[in-house]
Design a protein around this ligand. Sequence first.
Ligand code: MN
Ligand code: MN
Length: 493
Amino acid sequence: MPANNKSAAKAAAKASKASKSEKKNKKIDPKAEFPNLYETSSAEDIEAAMSFAEDYKTFIDISKTEREFVKNAREACESLGFKDIAGLDTLKAGDKVYASIKDKGFVCAVIGKRPVSEGFNILGAHIDSPRLDLKPNPVFEDTETVYFKTHYYGGIKKYQWTTIPLALHGTIYTSDGNARDIIIGEKDTDPVFYITDLLPHLGREQMKGNAEDFIPAEDLTVVIGGIPAKGKDKIKEPYKAAILKYLYDEYGIVEKDFVSGELEIVPATRARDLGLDRAYIAAYGHDDKCCAYPALMALLAQDKPKRTCVAFLTDKEEIGSYSNSGAQSVLYENFLMELLAKNLGGIDKFNMLVYRKALENTKMLSTDVTTGFDPKYANVFEKNNTAFLSHGVKIEKYTGARGKSGTNEANGDFVADITKIFADNSIPWQTGELGKIDAGGGGTISCYMAKMGMDVVDMGIPVWSMHAPVEVISKIDLYFLYLAYKAFVEQIG
Ligand code: MN
Ligand code: MN
């Protein structure tokens, strides 16, 4: 046995002795407890959670779409001295850089004291949420009313999107090549949009149908106007003509420009405290902004970390992480490659094997939400293996469906490293699966990341009414999620 291995063995023996004596002194309860954190947290922690929630609500109210999230993340980074990585030839410890992924995804990093070639510590969330996108030729008139046709994005219960105030967010490129950013429906003085539903008095047949069918996708049409153009007798479709004129006068948009549009219909509601005790937050898009925001904040809190810390904020997760802004895109990997090359001394210093080895030593949290136990729907949950609101972050070793199909299953030693860090930092956690085994299933970005060779596990907080126009999370969960992500990027590896 070489000398260094001998001393390592001695050290290990000493550590094991120490832990044995520790075990003697410390009363170990072998039973797992996952308590409600409003019962067990200090008054200071609860106050900190309430205050963290205020910042979160402010941020998500101006970041409803992936583009808006990117814009605000970039501004937050720049205000803390982060630079666009494209402008730097080399990177050293403490350097802070970011890159935009087609303005719909975002990556940022703080270079660690250890060389980048030793691996990254990554937090990866998605910043797209279920919504209704405008079709490429969306404007039509029917019975003296003008509508947008929509195409739903992500998994939604279609009937939930009727009879609520809606807003229009997005970007459209006019034929002269200019981008127009649009937000209508958020200011108190703005108009809103609306999808009608049938009155109950005449809804007998409708109510007998399957919930999946009683609002067909093609009926998710959004009311946008009802006053005809002047001289209406001479104009074909005078109501539509008036709306098109308004769009041209206000935004310079003609009807054919919608083909380039990335226009999204989202709830026109703000994040609100829920409950007399304000335990929860009701808001649009908690999935996955309630993980993306604390992940970004944990990254922004880094100055000169041990290992290079990275945040991935990805697009298109709700529809399979495709497109060049989704997590399957090589653009995310390009950023890691650039971090490595520039840390080695410049773009021309890149070495593929060094990069692959760095990925092998990389540790990542796929920071996505999970479902919270709801007693009304207890039959889809297995109570011993599910997450409860206010019981903290959930370590989800695997997701998938049926026989673990389509999952990334995290390695046990990696999971144990994380629970040790959480124990050292007094961060409570819970665990479980998505629901009962054959009740359904779901996935996250973790499988695409694991493919690169890194260790990755899913970790987020539980949500009630996931994918509904307004979803619910617990403030105490959100706060401990931030602490968990921060401890992870600072201490893992
Ligand atoms: Mn999600
Ligand atoms: Mn989702």
